[in-house]
Design a protein around this ligand. Sequence first.
Ligand code: MG
Length: 344
Amino acid sequence: MQASYISYHLDLKHPFAIAKFSRTSTPLLLLRLRYEQAEGYGEASMVPYMGESYESATAFLAKVDWSCLTYPFNFPEIIAYLDSLAAGHPAIKAAIDIALNDLNGKLQQKPCYQIYEADLQKMPVTAYTIGIDSPEVIREKVADAAGFKVLKVKLGRDNDKELISTVRSLTNLPLYVDANQGWDNRKKAIDMIYWLHDQGVVLIEQPMNKADTEGNAWLTGRSPIPILADEAVQRLADLEQIKGAYHGINIKLMKSAGMYEAHQMILKARSYGMKILIGCMSETSCASLAAAALAPLCDWADLDGPWLTRNNPFTAPELQQGKYQLKDLPGLGLEGIKVDLFDS
Ligand code: MG
Protein backbone atom coordinates (compact mmCIF):
# COMPACT_ATOMS: atom_id res chain seq x y z
CA MET A 1 0.00 0.00 0.00
CA GLN A 2 1.34 3.41 -1.04
CA ALA A 3 -0.09 6.62 0.43
CA SER A 4 0.09 10.16 -0.99
CA TYR A 5 -1.70 13.19 0.33
CA ILE A 6 -2.06 16.92 -0.16
CA SER A 7 -3.39 19.89 1.77
CA TYR A 8 -6.41 21.56 0.14
CA HIS A 9 -8.48 24.58 1.18
CA LEU A 10 -12.13 24.25 0.32
CA ASP A 11 -13.59 27.74 -0.06
CA LEU A 12 -17.15 28.33 1.04
CA LYS A 13 -19.58 30.20 -1.23
CA HIS A 14 -20.78 32.22 1.74
CA PRO A 15 -19.03 32.72 5.09
CA PHE A 16 -20.71 30.02 7.14
CA ALA A 17 -22.24 30.98 10.47
CA ILE A 18 -23.80 28.61 12.95
CA ALA A 19 -24.82 29.30 16.55
CA LYS A 20 -21.26 29.41 17.91
CA PHE A 21 -18.79 29.83 15.00
CA SER A 22 -18.20 31.46 11.60
CA ARG A 23 -15.63 30.70 8.85
CA THR A 24 -14.89 31.19 5.12
CA SER A 25 -12.87 28.09 4.18
CA THR A 26 -12.21 24.59 5.48
CA PRO A 27 -8.82 22.83 5.54
CA LEU A 28 -8.85 19.39 3.96
CA LEU A 29 -6.40 16.57 3.55
CA LEU A 30 -6.96 14.61 0.34
CA LEU A 31 -5.54 11.09 0.44
CA ARG A 32 -4.73 8.65 -2.33
CA LEU A 33 -3.96 5.01 -1.53
CA ARG A 34 -2.47 2.77 -4.22
CA TYR A 35 -2.80 -0.97 -3.95
CA GLU A 36 -1.61 -3.10 -6.85
CA GLN A 37 -3.16 -1.41 -9.93
CA ALA A 38 -6.00 0.29 -8.05
CA GLU A 39 -6.26 3.75 -6.48
CA GLY A 40 -8.60 4.71 -3.68
CA TYR A 41 -9.40 8.29 -2.65
CA GLY A 42 -10.22 9.63 0.77
CA GLU A 43 -10.77 12.98 2.42
CA ALA A 44 -10.46 14.50 5.87
CA SER A 45 -12.47 17.70 6.32
CA MET A 46 -11.18 19.43 9.42
CA VAL A 47 -13.49 22.20 10.53
CA PRO A 48 -11.44 24.05 13.15
CA TYR A 49 -13.87 23.64 16.08
CA MET A 50 -13.53 19.83 15.87
CA GLY A 51 -9.87 20.11 16.90
CA GLU A 52 -8.08 18.47 13.94
CA SER A 53 -5.75 20.24 11.49
CA TYR A 54 -3.55 19.41 8.52
CA GLU A 55 -0.62 19.16 10.97
CA SER A 56 -2.39 16.75 13.33
CA ALA A 57 -3.57 14.70 10.34
CA THR A 58 -0.09 14.33 8.81
CA ALA A 59 1.35 13.48 12.25
CA PHE A 60 -1.27 10.72 12.48
CA LEU A 61 -0.50 9.43 8.97
CA ALA A 62 3.20 9.22 9.89
CA LYS A 63 2.29 6.64 12.56
CA VAL A 64 0.47 4.33 10.14
CA ASP A 65 2.34 1.23 9.02
CA TRP A 66 0.73 0.83 5.59
CA SER A 67 2.03 -2.72 5.22
CA CYS A 68 -0.54 -3.69 7.92
CA LEU A 69 -3.42 -2.81 5.59
CA THR A 70 -3.67 -5.77 3.25
CA TYR A 71 -6.48 -6.88 0.97
CA PRO A 72 -9.07 -8.26 1.62
CA PHE A 73 -9.50 -5.39 4.10
CA ASN A 74 -10.67 -6.42 7.53
CA PHE A 75 -12.43 -3.17 8.51
CA PRO A 76 -13.09 -3.95 12.20
CA GLU A 77 -9.38 -4.78 12.65
CA ILE A 78 -8.23 -1.77 10.66
CA ILE A 79 -10.39 0.65 12.68
CA ALA A 80 -9.14 -0.95 15.93
CA TYR A 81 -5.55 -0.57 14.64
CA LEU A 82 -6.08 3.13 13.78
CA ASP A 83 -7.66 3.70 17.21
CA SER A 84 -4.65 2.01 18.83
CA LEU A 85 -2.33 4.60 17.21
CA ALA A 86 -4.11 7.53 18.88
CA ALA A 87 -7.51 8.30 20.37
CA GLY A 88 -9.60 10.99 18.63
CA HIS A 89 -8.59 12.13 15.11
CA PRO A 90 -11.88 10.92 13.54
CA ALA A 91 -11.49 12.97 10.32
CA ILE A 92 -8.09 11.60 9.29
CA LYS A 93 -9.25 8.10 10.27
CA ALA A 94 -12.27 8.73 8.01
CA ALA A 95 -9.94 9.70 5.14
CA ILE A 96 -8.14 6.36 5.45
CA ASP A 97 -11.40 4.41 5.79
CA ILE A 98 -12.99 6.16 2.79
CA ALA A 99 -9.92 5.53 0.60
CA LEU A 100 -9.92 1.87 1.65
CA ASN A 101 -13.64 1.56 0.88
CA ASP A 102 -13.04 3.12 -2.55
CA LEU A 103 -10.18 0.66 -3.13
CA ASN A 104 -12.29 -2.22 -1.84
CA GLY A 105 -15.02 -1.45 -4.36
CA LYS A 106 -12.52 -1.09 -7.18
CA LEU A 107 -10.78 -4.36 -6.34
CA GLN A 108 -14.17 -6.12 -6.19
CA GLN A 109 -15.49 -4.19 -9.21
CA LYS A 110 -18.57 -3.15 -7.22
CA PRO A 111 -20.01 0.22 -6.17
CA CYS A 112 -19.68 0.90 -2.42
CA TYR A 113 -23.48 1.22 -2.09
CA GLN A 114 -23.82 -2.35 -3.34
CA ILE A 115 -21.22 -3.63 -0.87
CA TYR A 116 -23.24 -2.02 1.97
CA GLU A 117 -26.49 -3.36 0.48
CA ALA A 118 -28.01 0.10 0.12
CA ASP A 119 -31.00 0.11 -2.25
CA LEU A 120 -30.79 3.18 -4.50
CA GLN A 121 -34.60 3.19 -4.77
CA LYS A 122 -34.56 4.30 -1.12
CA MET A 123 -32.24 7.29 -1.61
CA PRO A 124 -33.64 10.18 0.49
CA VAL A 125 -33.66 13.74 -0.83
CA THR A 126 -30.70 15.74 0.39
CA ALA A 127 -31.13 19.03 2.22
CA TYR A 128 -29.45 22.31 1.29
CA THR A 129 -28.20 24.26 4.30
CA ILE A 130 -28.93 27.94 4.89
CA GLY A 131 -26.48 29.34 7.48
CA ILE A 132 -27.31 32.21 9.80
CA ASP A 133 -27.22 35.43 7.79
CA SER A 134 -28.86 38.75 6.95
CA PRO A 135 -32.27 38.59 5.20
CA GLU A 136 -30.62 39.75 1.91
CA VAL A 137 -28.06 36.92 1.93
CA ILE A 138 -30.73 34.40 2.96
CA ARG A 139 -32.66 35.44 -0.13
CA GLU A 140 -29.56 34.67 -2.26
CA LYS A 141 -29.02 31.34 -0.55
CA VAL A 142 -32.62 30.23 -1.07
CA ALA A 143 -32.19 31.10 -4.76
CA ASP A 144 -28.96 29.00 -4.82
CA ALA A 145 -30.98 26.04 -3.50
CA ALA A 146 -32.94 25.59 -6.74
CA GLY A 147 -33.02 21.84 -7.43
CA PHE A 148 -33.19 20.89 -3.74
CA LYS A 149 -36.45 19.65 -2.26
CA VAL A 150 -35.74 20.42 1.39
CA LEU A 151 -33.79 23.17 3.15
CA LYS A 152 -31.92 23.02 6.43
CA VAL A 153 -31.89 26.23 8.44
CA LYS A 154 -29.30 26.94 11.10
CA LEU A 155 -30.85 28.53 14.20
CA GLY A 156 -29.75 29.07 17.77
CA ARG A 157 -29.37 32.84 18.06
CA ASP A 158 -31.88 35.45 19.17
CA ASN A 159 -33.46 36.06 15.74
CA ASP A 160 -34.67 32.51 15.05
CA LYS A 161 -38.28 33.42 14.25
CA GLU A 162 -37.18 36.24 11.96
CA LEU A 163 -34.89 33.85 10.04
CA ILE A 164 -37.62 31.26 9.58
CA SER A 165 -40.13 33.94 8.55
CA THR A 166 -37.66 35.22 5.93
CA VAL A 167 -37.18 31.70 4.55
CA ARG A 168 -40.94 31.10 4.64
CA SER A 169 -41.59 34.28 2.67
CA LEU A 170 -39.45 32.77 -0.13
CA THR A 171 -40.31 29.06 -0.21
CA ASN A 172 -42.80 26.43 0.92
CA LEU A 173 -40.23 23.60 0.93
CA PRO A 174 -40.10 21.39 4.05
CA LEU A 175 -37.44 22.57 6.49
CA TYR A 176 -34.96 20.88 8.79
CA VAL A 177 -33.70 23.00 11.66
CA ASP A 178 -30.30 22.75 13.31
CA ALA A 179 -30.04 24.68 16.57
CA ASN A 180 -26.39 23.59 17.10
CA GLN A 181 -26.87 23.55 20.93
CA GLY A 182 -27.98 27.17 20.78
CA TRP A 183 -31.05 26.94 23.05
CA ASP A 184 -30.50 26.99 26.80
CA ASN A 185 -34.02 27.19 28.26
CA ARG A 186 -36.19 24.10 27.84
CA LYS A 187 -39.54 25.89 28.25
CA LYS A 188 -38.62 28.46 25.60
CA ALA A 189 -37.19 25.69 23.43
CA ILE A 190 -40.39 23.61 23.47
CA ASP A 191 -42.48 26.70 22.64
CA MET A 192 -40.11 27.37 19.74
CA ILE A 193 -40.36 23.74 18.58
CA TYR A 194 -44.18 23.95 18.47
CA TRP A 195 -43.94 27.22 16.54
CA LEU A 196 -41.44 25.64 14.12
CA HIS A 197 -43.73 22.63 13.68
CA ASP A 198 -46.48 25.03 12.55
CA GLN A 199 -43.98 26.54 10.08
CA GLY A 200 -43.45 23.19 8.31
CA VAL A 201 -40.25 22.17 10.11
CA VAL A 202 -39.97 18.36 10.07
CA LEU A 203 -36.97 17.70 12.34
CA ILE A 204 -34.65 19.50 14.76
CA GLU A 205 -30.98 18.83 15.37
CA GLN A 206 -29.24 19.29 18.69
CA PRO A 207 -31.54 21.83 20.37
CA MET A 208 -29.63 22.09 23.64
CA ASN A 209 -26.05 21.63 24.83
CA LYS A 210 -24.70 18.16 24.08
CA ALA A 211 -23.83 17.69 27.77
CA ASP A 212 -27.44 18.38 28.80
CA THR A 213 -28.78 14.91 28.03
CA GLU A 214 -31.64 15.46 30.47
CA GLY A 215 -32.72 18.74 28.85
CA ASN A 216 -32.61 17.26 25.37
CA ALA A 217 -34.52 14.18 26.61
CA TRP A 218 -37.15 16.47 28.17
CA LEU A 219 -37.70 18.06 24.75
CA THR A 220 -37.73 14.67 23.01
CA GLY A 221 -40.53 13.55 25.34
CA ARG A 222 -42.68 16.53 24.34
CA SER A 223 -41.75 17.44 20.79
CA PRO A 224 -44.24 16.88 17.94
CA ILE A 225 -41.28 16.43 15.53
CA PRO A 226 -38.13 14.27 15.76
CA ILE A 227 -35.25 15.62 17.86
CA LEU A 228 -31.83 14.43 16.66
CA ALA A 229 -28.45 14.30 18.39
CA ASP A 230 -25.54 15.68 16.36
CA GLU A 231 -22.82 17.17 18.60
CA ALA A 232 -23.86 14.67 21.33
CA VAL A 233 -22.91 11.64 19.24
CA GLN A 234 -19.70 11.05 17.34
CA ARG A 235 -18.74 7.41 17.25
CA LEU A 236 -20.44 4.08 17.81
CA ALA A 237 -19.56 3.98 21.52
CA ASP A 238 -21.43 7.29 22.14
CA LEU A 239 -24.75 5.87 20.97
CA GLU A 240 -25.31 3.92 24.17
CA GLN A 241 -25.01 7.13 26.25
CA ILE A 242 -27.74 9.02 24.43
CA LYS A 243 -30.11 6.14 23.74
CA GLY A 244 -33.63 7.24 24.71
CA ALA A 245 -32.70 10.93 24.98
CA TYR A 246 -33.30 11.69 21.29
CA HIS A 247 -35.55 10.32 18.54
CA GLY A 248 -32.55 9.91 16.28
CA ILE A 249 -28.98 10.79 15.39
CA ASN A 250 -27.03 12.70 12.78
CA ILE A 251 -24.21 10.50 11.51
CA LYS A 252 -21.27 12.16 9.74
CA LEU A 253 -18.28 10.30 8.36
CA MET A 254 -15.92 12.95 9.76
CA LYS A 255 -17.21 12.13 13.27
CA SER A 256 -17.63 8.36 12.92
CA ALA A 257 -14.11 7.72 11.54
CA GLY A 258 -15.50 6.71 8.16
CA MET A 259 -17.95 4.46 6.35
CA TYR A 260 -17.39 1.20 8.18
CA GLU A 261 -18.23 2.62 11.59
CA ALA A 262 -21.03 4.81 10.20
CA HIS A 263 -22.62 1.62 8.90
CA GLN A 264 -22.24 0.01 12.34
CA MET A 265 -23.91 3.08 13.86
CA ILE A 266 -26.81 2.77 11.41
CA LEU A 267 -27.35 -0.86 12.45
CA LYS A 268 -27.10 -0.05 16.16
CA ALA A 269 -29.38 3.00 15.94
CA ARG A 270 -31.99 0.90 14.11
CA SER A 271 -31.78 -1.75 16.84
CA TYR A 272 -32.61 1.05 19.34
CA GLY A 273 -35.55 2.18 17.17
CA MET A 274 -33.85 5.48 16.37
CA LYS A 275 -34.17 7.55 13.20
CA ILE A 276 -31.09 8.50 11.18
CA LEU A 277 -29.96 11.58 9.32
CA ILE A 278 -26.71 11.27 7.41
CA GLY A 279 -24.92 14.60 7.25
CA CYS A 280 -21.61 16.10 6.22
CA MET A 281 -19.08 18.79 6.98
CA SER A 282 -17.72 21.06 4.20
CA GLU A 283 -16.70 18.28 1.86
CA THR A 284 -15.78 17.65 -1.75
CA SER A 285 -17.49 15.03 -3.91
CA CYS A 286 -15.18 12.42 -2.39
CA ALA A 287 -16.52 12.25 1.18
CA SER A 288 -20.01 13.26 0.00
CA LEU A 289 -20.23 10.27 -2.37
CA ALA A 290 -19.00 8.04 0.45
CA ALA A 291 -21.86 9.24 2.67
CA ALA A 292 -24.34 9.04 -0.22
CA ALA A 293 -23.48 5.34 -0.58
CA LEU A 294 -24.95 4.82 2.92
CA ALA A 295 -27.79 7.37 2.60
CA PRO A 296 -30.42 4.87 1.35
CA LEU A 297 -30.03 3.09 4.72
CA CYS A 298 -31.01 6.33 6.52
CA ASP A 299 -34.25 8.32 6.85
CA TRP A 300 -32.88 11.69 5.83
CA ALA A 301 -29.78 13.10 4.14
CA ASP A 302 -27.97 16.41 4.39
CA LEU A 303 -25.11 15.99 1.93
CA ASP A 304 -24.86 19.44 0.41
CA GLY A 305 -21.09 19.97 0.90
CA PRO A 306 -20.25 20.12 -2.83
CA TRP A 307 -22.90 22.82 -3.44
CA LEU A 308 -21.85 25.08 -0.57
CA THR A 309 -18.26 25.37 -1.81
CA ARG A 310 -16.57 27.02 -4.80
CA ASN A 311 -13.58 24.83 -5.59
CA ASN A 312 -14.57 21.17 -5.35
CA PRO A 313 -11.62 19.58 -7.23
CA PHE A 314 -13.75 16.66 -8.49
CA THR A 315 -16.79 16.28 -10.74
CA ALA A 316 -19.87 17.43 -8.79
CA PRO A 317 -22.34 14.70 -7.82
CA GLU A 318 -25.50 14.55 -9.88
CA LEU A 319 -28.85 15.44 -8.31
CA GLN A 320 -32.28 14.56 -9.67
CA GLN A 321 -35.45 15.54 -7.86
CA GLY A 322 -33.19 16.57 -5.00
CA LYS A 323 -31.64 13.08 -4.70
CA TYR A 324 -28.09 11.91 -5.35
CA GLN A 325 -27.90 9.83 -8.51
CA LEU A 326 -25.19 7.28 -7.81
CA LYS A 327 -23.64 5.65 -10.83
CA ASP A 328 -22.88 2.02 -11.49
CA LEU A 329 -19.14 2.56 -11.03
CA PRO A 330 -16.79 0.58 -8.78
CA GLY A 331 -15.90 2.14 -5.42
CA LEU A 332 -17.20 5.61 -4.55
CA GLY A 333 -17.83 6.52 -8.18
CA LEU A 334 -15.60 9.59 -7.82
CA GLU A 335 -14.88 11.21 -11.22
CA GLY A 336 -12.83 14.11 -12.56
CA ILE A 337 -9.63 13.36 -10.64
CA LYS A 338 -6.96 15.56 -12.19
CA VAL A 339 -3.80 13.59 -12.93
CA ASP A 340 -1.51 16.11 -11.25
CA LEU A 341 -3.69 16.71 -8.17
CA PHE A 342 -1.30 14.84 -5.89
CA ASP A 343 1.82 16.42 -7.43
CA SER A 344 0.84 20.02 -6.69
MG1 MG B 1 -25.81 19.65 13.09
